[in-house]
Write a protein that binds this ligand. Structure first.
Ligand SMILES: Nc1ncnc2c1ncn2[C@@H]1O[C@H](COP(=O)(O)OP(=O)(O)OP(=O)(O)O)[C@@H](O)[C@H]1O
Ligand SMILES: [Mg+2]
Length: 296
């Protein structure tokens, strides 16, 4: 058990301070995934999703595309929201009617990966698996589709999320056209919108294909600029990284170094800070220094 003096961790959130007792790199490795910063863009996407959740089902639901370069945090933003909404719904359902819950869970948001080449059968497989109802591969696509529609209704699903949507672009032209029809039917039949996430190539395709263009609103997520918001983000990370002493990540020189090594992408920043934090513990310094960042 490491020595913890009363001053240690005064710069941390209360919860993060409790992690200080964990020795070695496990302190970082075990807790890194729980680090979440509800920054401006994340709040913007979450507010849009909240609106979509409240919108009643329709025969032509308006979908959403969240796009941007790799590592800007698209998946994390969607995942956080989906988990929070599903958890809240599960708690509410249980409190309301524990007797009749039966086999039907309440799952407002179903989140899956888009299969390579937008393969229809595999899309349904992914959705069925996410709803805990995998069907044998041998079932036809239309049989799987019927089951998907039934489960979406029974689970009171309000939104289907397809991450890695650029996977659908890897198919031939005819496969891509077919996938457009598949997702159009899925949303129309179920009456619920899709939220898709992907890299910028997806947006370019949407611009060229009129059907997609009209049916999706868009939010672009961008890398950060080296400004006050960036330093605010660094301060937030610092409060959540369980090190005993402050690292002053937002101090100008440090902030610029972190900007340069991450190109302002939150995923790259997160990777660098994680590795540097492990060095900070193993070296006994218990703070991230510019040398540790350069060494990553
Ligand atoms: N709001 C956030 N707070 C804290 N960490 C974050 C946040 N957003 C992203 N991250 C970190 O950045 C990493 C990369 O983010 P994510 O996988 O969401 O990016 P992405 O845009 O989906 O990338 P890709 O296009 O490659 O799928 C995450 O694993 C997480 O560690
Ligand atoms: Mg992603």
């Amino acid at each position: 058990m490491p020595d913890i003096t009363s001053d240690d961790g005064a710069h941390l959130t209360e919860k993060t301070r409790t992690y200080l007792a964990t020795p070695g790199e496990d302190r970082i490795l075990n807790n890194w995934k729980s680090i979440w910063i509800g920054h401006h863009d994340a709040k913007h996407v979450h507010a849009k999703l909240d609106m979509m959740l409240k919108t009643p089902p329709s025969s032509r639901p308006k979908n959403l595309l969240v796009y941007g370069e790799s590592n800007v945090g698209k998946s994390t933003i969607l995942e956080r929201w989906a988990e929070a909404v599903n958890q809240k719904a599960a708690v509410a359902a249980e409190a309301e009617d524990p007797e009749t819950m039966g086999d039907w869970a309440v799952l407002p948001v179903v989140r899956v990966q888009t299969p390579p080449k937008g393969d229809e059968g595999r899309l349904y497989d992914n959705i069925l698996r996410a709803m805990g109802f995998p069907l044998p591969i041998s079932y036809s696509a239309s049989a799987k589709c019927q089951t998907v529609l039934k489960l979406l209704a029974n689970n009171q699903t309000k939104i289907v999320m397809l991450d890695e949507f650029h996977n659908a672009l890897s198919g031939r032209f005819d496969q891509r056209l077919h996938f457009n029809v598949v997702i159009k039917n899925l949303t129309n039949e179920a009456g619920i919108p899709l939220v898709v996430a992907g890299v910028e190539a997806v947006e370019m395709v949407f611009n060229k294909e009129d059907q997609l263009h009209r049916r999706f609103s868009r939010i672009k997520l961008e890398a950060w600029r080296d400004n006050d918001d960036w330093r605010k983000l660094l301060r937030s990370f610092e409060r959540l990284i369980p090190l005993k002493h402050p690292s002053s990540l937002a101090q100008p020189e440090m902030a610029t170094t972190l900007y340069e090594v991450s190109s302002g992408r939150i995923g790259d920043l997160s990777d660098v800070l994680r590795e540097a934090a492990i060095r900070a513990i193993l070296s006994g310094e218990e703070r991230i220094t510019p040398d540790m960042i350069q060494a990553v």
